[in-house]
Write a protein that binds this ligand. Structure first.
Ligand code: NAD
Length: 464
């Protein structure tokens, strides 16, 4: 028998927070539930999603504490993630009927029905850095569209999502299975799985795509990013803007796909920028126990992650870690001034609290640097001139460009999110993120062959 997964608190690794059993993906059960759920009228499905949000709501406080203890994310961040997950669930419940409505035209060209049909069983494979919202981005639209879903969360953060799914499962066809890469691969490659939704890193993504390919299963892939934040010469360097920027890099200790991971600052403002940045960091960055009020940065997810981030080196210190937490997986936050553009800290996703700042002097140069590399998830342009910022943003190779902010503060429920280049394909959020879980099927009676129609030669192409 496989050992259960036990999860320690990354702030105090000797404390075991809980454990979950490793399982076999319950795809047959999800498939058995599909017939009834997909035939349930969409308005009834959406009412059940809305009711599920009400069921979860009273548990958010307790779930936030569990999430903070298993991930090391600070309590305010965990509360925010859980509340936002409910907001998203309710938004899908209110929006999906319009996005997924069948459409029918009946005119001189004929009669055509466009049906938005579910796929069947969806497999959702999720990472540890935002385990609730990243699962909810798949669960809510998949169920709204009439699919059933099996979630396989990361073994590094299985506990809170397990509780969430168990609270939802009595009224919704959502299932969960725990395990690592082998369980994930068994789920993705299962012949009854009809769609795969994956969020994670590129290495796992290649395996997931290969396993999906064996069954010709469609996928939506949300992968890593190496977001550039570009400060144009007229950027606002006020305390509020700079505090927003600091948290765009250091929220969740930098372990966010769309964190501001490379800062590009125009040479004319470099000195003022560094001064304002250090001042802002001293106000908003408090490293410590994730459960303590006022702390804004906790440990990394694992000892291995902390080692990896330390290997990038360190720069100007932006905070220190209490001696009492020395056993935790902490890395003190720092800003690295002008590292060589080809250094790993600049070219790779650091996924931690060590941020490079580079100086540039020309717009073409900075656009080329921002677009260098294989990743294209997010980016940001900071300027007092919104028109100019949008013009620059058009030239950035990223799925989502923020203006005068970056990371979660720049998201919107109605704005589709996802990557270009090797940061993935398919979208979450927005109408596109709902439509991702339905396939358009057509019923068509051409006018030419209806009673009284003009007809067409037996092998003719249509005129329209
Ligand atoms: P990961 O790729 O290591 O793991 C993600 C999930 O895939 C986990 O559940 C893991 O168990 C599973 N997995 C691993 N190998 C597998 C295999 N062979 N077959 C099936 N499943 C497998 O990622 P992580 O370390 O948990 O998360 C960090 C990465 O996720 C970063 O690169 C980050 O940028 C990315 N991310 C992207 C987004 C986005 O929306 N684009 C959001 C959050 C995180």
């Amino acid at each position: 028998m496989t050992e259960p997964i036990s999860r320690e608190n990354p702030a105090r690794p000797s404390e075991i927070v809980g454990s979950v059993p490793v399982g076999v993906p319950p795809v047959e059960a999800a498939d058995a539930a599909f017939g009834r759920w997909s035939r349930t009228p969409i308005q009834d499905r959406l009412r059940l999603l809305e009711a599920a949000a009400d069921t979860l709501e009273p548990h958010l406080g307790e779930l936030a504490v569990l999430l903070a203890r298993e991930t090391g994310k600070v309590l305010a961040d965990c509360r925010g993630e859980l509340a936002f997950s409910l907001t998203f669930l309710r938004w899908v419940a209110s929006r999906a009927a319009a996005v997924l409505a069948d459409a029918e035209v009946d005119d001189a060209a004929g009669r055509m029905l466009l049906l938005r049909k579910p796929f069947g069983v969806v497999a959702a494979i999720t990472p540890w850095n935002a385990p609730i919202i990243l699962a909810m981005l798949k669960i809510a639209p998949a169920l709204a569209a009439g699919n059933t879903i099996v979630v396989k969360p990361s073994p590094l953060a299985p506990l809170t999502i397990d509780r969430v799914v168990r609270l939802l499962a009595p009224s919704l066809p959502v299932f969960i299975v725990h395990g690592g890469a082998d369980v994930g691969a068994a789920l993705v490659g299962h012949p009854l799985v009809r769609k795969v939704a994956f969020t994670g890193g590129s290495e796992a993504a290649r395996h997931v795509l290969a396993a999906a390919a064996t069954q010709i299963t469609p996928t939506v892939m949300e992968l890593g990013g190496n977001d550039a934040a570009i400060f144009l010469p007229d950027a606002d360097l006020s305390p509020s803007a700079m505090q927003r920027l600091v948290m765009a890099s250091f929220a969740t200790s930098g372990q966010v796909c769309m964190a501001a991971k490379r800062l590009y600052v125009h040479s004319s403002i470099r000195e003022r920028f560094v001064e304002s940045y250090l001042e802002a960091a001293s106000v908003v960055l408090r490293t410590g126990d994730p459960l303590a009020e006022g702390v804004t940065m906790g440990p990394l997810i694992s000892a291995q992650a902390a080692r990896r981030v330390r290997s990038f080196g360190a720069g100007l210190p932006l905070g220190r870690v209490d001696d009492g937490l020395a056993d935790g997986y902490f890395v003190a936050p720092s800003l690295v001034l002008d590292p060589p553009p080809g250094s790993p800290l600049v070219t790779q996703e650091q996924f931690g609290p060590t941020v490079p700042m580079l100086t540039y002097s020309g717009l073409e140069e900075v656009i080329a640097q921002a677009n260098a590399g294989e990743l294209g998830l997010g980016a940001s342009i900071w300027s007092a001139d919104e028109e100019h910022a949008f013009a620059v943003a058009r030239r950035i190779e990223a799925g989502f460009v923020f203006v005068n902010t970056h990371n979660r503060t720049g998201l919107a429920l109605r704005a589709p999110f996802g990557g270009v280049k090797r940061s993935g394909f398919g979208r979450e959020y927005g109408d596109e993120g709902i439509a991702e879980y339905a396939q358009t099927c057509v019923v068509h009676a051409p006018a030419a062959f209806r009673a009284g129609g003009a007809g067409l030669a037996a092998n003719a192409y249509p005129a329209v």
